[in-house]
Design a protein around this ligand. Sequence first.
Ligand SMILES: Nc1nc2c(ncn2[C@@H]2O[C@H](COP(=O)(O)OP(=O)(O)OP(=O)(O)O)[C@@H](O)[C@H]2O)c(=O)[nH]1
Ligand SMILES: [Mg+2]
Length: 312
Amino acid sequence: MTEPRPRRCGYIALLGPPNAGKSTLLNQVLKSKLAITSAKPQTTRNRIVGIHTDGTMQAVFLDTPGVHEAWTELNKAMVSRAEAAVSEADVTCWLGDMTAMARRIEAGHSALDDNDLRVAALLKKASCPVVFVANKVDVVPKELILPVIAAINEQLTPVASVPISALTGDGVAALLEELRSHLPESPLLYPEDEWAQVTERFLVAEIVREKIFHLTAQEVPYSTFVDVVRFDESERETRGLVRLYADVVVERGSQKGIVIGKGGEMLKRIGTLARKELQEVLGCRVYLELFVKVERDWTRTERGLRRVGFEA
Ligand SMILES: Nc1nc2c(ncn2[C@@H]2O[C@H](COP(=O)(O)OP(=O)(O)OP(=O)(O)O)[C@@H](O)[C@H]2O)c(=O)[nH]1
Ligand SMILES: [Mg+2]
């Protein structure tokens, strides 16, 4: 009989430009949806903790907002969240969006754009090892992977480069094995069965926000936050029903009109999609009431930022 391998435990930051697939990777590792995702950049706003535990490791993943040039107070706070996660991590995954990188190479440009260079600059200052994760290889010609890895190596020397598809799960087992080798041997950091560190209230707000990301355009998703004002579980045991009341807060009157839509149609679509998913996530029937409100320029005020969980 072979000796069991000692358990290694630690923190892993997922860092990268917006849209690289950080949240998709987190969900793939956890085999459930913890972090919301969308085809639009800057979907994730907060640091989200997801825990993968098996017989050989406990990997505490820190999903972070995409690193980008930040103008508003909200965006600056998002980028500092990402930086802070790296400073806590035992190892950082630098996620590259291979579709974007391959496109740039094919057009004769450098594989890395300004956001990739921002990630590189941040990682050069960090002391933890970096694993480069070449994501989205399901849709990228194989011959473009090596030139991208070469361009990454010009910036810094990762301890490894691992091609994966966060969407299909290809390469994710190999990535976990690589990450394990950079974690210290240690007792568990969290109980064996704990897989996330978010409240149901946060999940509800995020799922509604995700539908807004999917259904509205331009600046609207970026100007929206969701505040669950009442989470009524009094009938959860008896009738298998949770009643949820949430404010959808936007910055301007015109945005309120868009989120509500003609005859309330848009808000209805958002509500229906969110409710369906919430019933799965909460494992019971859900009554969901959404109310749209305006808080002028909340992305630019200290008070607004505190409302979305950022201490100014
Ligand atoms: N084809 C393909 N698409 C992917 C893969 N991983 C992620 N995506 C898609 O890329 C988009 C962005 O994914 P997210 O996981 O939201 O990206 P993110 O890095 O968390 O983005 P931000 O939170 O905005 O920083 C979504 O449309 C995903 O479905 C992949 O491996 N292959
Ligand atoms: Mg994300």
